[in-house]
Design a protein around this ligand. Structure first.
Ligand SMILES: O=P(O)(O)OC[C@H]1O[C@](O)(CO)[C@@H](O)[C@@H]1O
Length: 939
């Protein structure tokens, strides 16, 4: 006598296996089931693949072979492996399919569970999988949600076999049965063959009892009546669905299709392993046996049924009893419809969870495989922060942050216009800058003998290029890049003196094309070039990078600039480095833009939409930064090895301008020497950036001491300088995510504009009146004049005023020294000296910046972020001022107006400030005096 499984086939029920794995296929187990048990189909789902791929090493060789050919993000790796399995299973089942002429012999592969509520995306994905698997005996599995039903109709019309999954109630079943029939009718209408199409409607069984039994058990006092229903409802429900099916295939509508060779959409019993140990292990097989159905069983249930199942045709028996059971559920207030709805949701959730776990496991294997091709990041976090981070990462996983970030889903942030600002994601894939055009420009200027490029631009338009120049240097045959982002006359002169204008190219770089500094600097250098080379040569020496339609684009076009590169208006300035704003300079430095993108991609893919947050380097970092802010640790302190040190200035802008608003945000701390734990408050996160070969035992032991003292420490390591692009991308993602955690819009800079408006009013006033409106000083002392907020009024010596100012620093505050001076080594040294003495004595974070450079960077956070800044602004009388061609203004006046405008906004925002102005021209001496006063004040 044949075994019970084979007897099912004899009863007209197909036996399918709800399982697949590489090892199982390789060992010939599927073939064995076909031969021994008459098996005619296989189903898979994300949970099944998670069990197969998420553990052990069976897939490693294939995964590595795939990644050797081309790197890919987790979902593509998973899909490749799954498709290999599905194809193999389909090929094993092919003889069955041929023998049964398409009535059976199918293998199911499910569309991404994240799409269950998106018809369009489900359709695209199903079509893609159908083509990729490329086997006639594939069934694409689509959830039977209302959105899925629309897709199912269309897929059937297109000739794609569909396994409808996640059906728990008869209404949903009838909706998808209708979709199948309508799809066939549409196909027939187009004169296409419908005899080779198949579909199954997967009705989930045991899960219904799982929920109802629990509800029943909770109803105290009604055990007697309700107990009768335990373990009965799922089967009764299925039996009634089968009656629906019978009616359907008897209908005249179906008969028309049948006459044209259509196969009915069989009911498939899924979830047939019994979960309650009190029930027989074959319960959900025994009771559901009937012709033209399928039972897909997990291996355990299959083994059990083979061993002791009873193959009697039970499906059409006791229909009245089944109806009574279902009626009773209604009578007792057990809401079957509600349960079904909940189960659809839970089922989709379970598949999403499984897919997350699967993608996490596959993604982790990819990371391991990449080794040093991907920059590493390790985290040493105090326990409370670590717990908050892990909880947030799980929330981010459940809420699909990785996907939503790439979709530019504004609801991840404040729900305003954030969706308009995610062009940087495409740029990071090399889709914004054209490497060929950039190389052509670089080759041409080199041929002409130019050896230097001067970039005129602010903030995001200059900080990225500066990092590229400092980190990668000039390649053989490339140009030297110099950045000018200042209005300080001494700084402009110092640069000009280094230039041989006969060999210099100017890059005017401004997204908006209306930023004051590049505008007046280009006027200045137009004139300078014209003086040296003659009017006819100027245009050939100027290239513009700007967004389409900008004022700069118009004038560069009118003036006949050598080239104009257009940016993407959907990218904000600080996110623009991987677009033309960074890539034109990179090409001029003599580097291959194509190669740069190639080595950057591992990080882009690692942070891709399918990389779950826990293994997504950008999201993890962002969650750490965001949670740290929430825990009061808002000072992100950057400790970089020399080869990557210039990244700090770029990061300052990214972090501060993106997050510092609405009284919240991150205050980046760059260029502070690493101290002992005792000099830090509890407001820090330390980020160490180390380029391989620049390891430093002293730094490591200090960081170790900080970690041991409970400070969060992030260790980022680059194997090569060329991998700097990966950090651009990692930090861009991290900043967005930190913004989501903090609850701000990371794309705007509302408070920068305030300073600009004040400055404009001041320069307009100057052009009108010939002078800048003055302020009442606090006091004058030698070469120094001091100005301050109301609380400092009455201080009568410089020393007392500085002391009183610094005495206001409280734990959690930060001290900012903002100098509107030439940015040179001596001045940098002076700022550092002030910062060091204040940090060490007051145990507060310190930051420094040169104006107007910082205005387009950290300035946003100083004005709009938390009111924890204590500001020292340093200004000086301009020496050897420079006229701005075409304006009745000088650079010195602009710089003074910028300083004044900024101070006015700080005052308006209730910030604590002190301005020290150096008169008379000996800036170095004046600065030294301020350093000494500060040191004395904190001694
Ligand atoms: O490229 P643009 O439009 O000249 O802007 C320069 C910089 O100025 C800012 O807008 C701030 O003023 C930054 O966000 C930006 O990177």
């Amino acid at each position: 006598m044949s075994n019970p499984l084979k007897q099912l086939t004899e009863q007209g029920q197909a036996v399918w296996l709800d399982f697949v794995s590489r090892e199982f296929l390789a060992k010939g187990e599927l073939q064995k089931l076909i031969e021994r048990d008459g098996l005619t189909g296989v189903t898979s789902n994300p949970s099944i693949f998670e069990k197969a791929m998420g553990h052990g090493s069976d897939y490693d060789a294939s995964l590595e072979a795939f990644l050797e050919r081309a790197d890919a993000e987790p979902v593509d790796v998973y899909e490749h492996l799954a498709i290999e399995d599905i194809q193999q299973a389909a090929d094993i089942l092919r003889p069955v399919y041929d023998r049964l002429e398409g009535r059976d012999g199918y293998v199911s592969l499910e569309v991404s569970p994240y799409l269950a509520l998106d018809t369009r995306a489900t359709l695209d994905e199903a079509r893609r999988l159908w083509q990729a698997v490329n086997r006639p005996n594939l069934m694409v599995k689509v959830p039977g949600t209302p959105e899925g039903a629309v897709a199912i109709r269309k897929l059937v019309e297109e000739g794609i076999n569909v396994n409808v999954t996640l059906l728990f109630d008869r209404n949903a079943y009838m909706a998808v049965a209708e979709a199948y029939i309508a799809g066939l009718e549409a196909r027939l209408h187009q004169g296409k063959d419908i005899s080779r199409l198949a579909s199954v409607a997967s009705f989930f069984i045991s899960r219904v009892d799982g929920v109802l039994d629990k509800l029943i058990d909770e109803r105290k006092g009604e055990e007697a009546e309700l107990g009768e229903l335990r373990g009965k409802v799922a089967i009764a429900n299925a039996k009634l669905a089968y009656q629906d099916y019978q009616r359907l295939i008897q209908s005249p509508r179906w008969k028309v299709l049948e006459a044209k060779g259509a196969h009915p959409q069989r009911l498939l019993w899924a979830s047939t392993g019994s979960k309650d140990p009190a029930y027989p292990d074959t319960l959900y097989v025994d009771q559901l046996i009937g012709p033209d159905t399928v039972n897909t069983m997990p291996p355990k249930t299959m083994d059990a049924f083979r061993d002791h199942g009873t193959a009697a045709p039970m499906l059409s028996t006791d229909i009245e009893a089944a109806q009574r059971v279902v009626d009773a559920t209604a009578r007792f207030g057990l809401d079957l419809d509600g349960v079904a709805k909940r189960l659809v949701k839970d089922g989709a959730r379970q598949f999403e969870d499984a897919a997350d776990a699967l993608l996490g496991a596959v993604g982790q294997k990819r990371l391991d495989f990449l080794g040093e091709r991907l920059n590493a990041a390790d985290y040493r976090l105090p326990q409370d922060l670590n717990e908050a981070v892990e909880a947030r990462l799980d929330e981010a996983r459940r809420e699909g942050w990785s996907r939503r970030l790439w979709q530019g889903d504004a609801s991840l942030w404040t729900g305003r216009d954030e969706d308009q600002w995610v062009g940087w994601l495409a740029a990071a894939q090399g889709r914004q800058a054209d490497p060929v055009a950039l190389k052509a420009l670089a080759d041409a200027v080199r041929k002409e003998g130019l050896d230097t490029v001067v970039l005129l631009g602010m903030g995001g338009s200059s900080l990225g290029p500066e990092v590229l120049a400092n980190t990668l240097g000039t390649a053989t045959g490339g140009l030297t890049l110099k950045v000018l982002d200042s209005t300080d006359p001494a700084q402009i002169t110092a640069l000009e003196e280094q230039l041989d204008l006969r060999k210099t190219l100017f890059l005017v770089s401004s997204k908006s094309g209306s930023t004051l500094e590049p505008e007046i600097l280009r006027a200045y250098f137009h004139q300078a070039v014209e003086r040296t080379l003659g009017a006819g040569e100027v245009q050939q020496r100027f290239v513009a990078i700007t967004d389409p339609g900008s004022k700069l684009e118009a004038s560069a076009t009118a003036e006949g600039y050598r080239a104009i590169f257009q940016g993407d208006p959907h990218i904000g300035g600080r996110y623009s480095v991987l677009s033309v704003f960074g890539m034109v300079p990179l090409a001029l430095l003599g580097h291959s833009v194509a190669d740069f993108f190639q080595v950057t991609q591992p990080m882009v893919l690692a942070c891709g939409p399918s990389a779950p947050p826990a293994i997504n380097p950008g999201i993890r970092l962002g969650v750490v930064l965001g949670e740290a802010v929430r825990a009061g640790r808002d000072k992100v302190t950057l400790i970089a090895s020399p080869g990557v040190a210039s990244l700090g200035a770029w990061l300052e802008q990214l972090l501060a301008e993106s997050t510092g608003k609405q009284g919240k945000g991150i205050i980046p701390v760059d260029l502070e020497p690493l101290g002992e734990p005792g000099v830090y408050g509890r407001d820090r996160v330390f980020v160490s950036l180390v380029l391989a070969g620049e390891e430093d035992a002293e730094r490591d032991s200090r960081l170790q001491a900080l970690a041991a003292a409970g400070h969060p420490v992030v260790d980022i390591r680059l194997a090569r300088a060329e991998l700097i692009g990966q950090e651009f991308f990692r930090w861009e993602v991290a900043t967005e995510v930190a913004g989501a955690v903090i609850g701000i819009n990371p794309f705007d800079q509302p408070d920068v504009e305030a300073s600009k408006i004040k400055t404009r009013a001041l320069t307009d006033g100057y052009e009108r009146d010939g002078r800048l409106a003055g302020d009442e000083p606090l006091l004058e002392e030698g070469a120094l004049t001091l100005f301050g907020d109301a609380d400092l009024q009455g201080q009568d010596t410089a020393r007392a005023a500085i002391k009183a100012h610094l005495a206001r620093l409280q734990p959690g505050d930060y001290l900012a020294v903002l100098a509107y001076l030439e940015r040179n080594a001596v001045h940098e040294e002076a700022l550092s000296a002030m910062r060091d003495s204040i940090r060490d004595s007051k145990r507060v974070a310190t930051v420094g910046g040169f104006g107007p450079r910082f205005l387009h960077s950290t300035g946003q956070a100083y004005k709009g972020g938390p009111n924890s800044g204590v500001f020292i602004q340093i200004t000086a009388d301009a020496q050897n001022d420079l006229e701005i061609p075409g304006r009745s203004l000088s650079f010195g006046i602009v710089e003074a107006a910028q300083a004044k405008g900024d101070l006015e906004v700080l005052a308006e925002r209730g910030r604590r400030y002190l301005r020290v102005h150096i008169k008379g021209g000996d800036i170095d001496a004046g600065l030294q005096q301020i350093v000494e006063l500060v040191e004395a004040a904190v001694a």
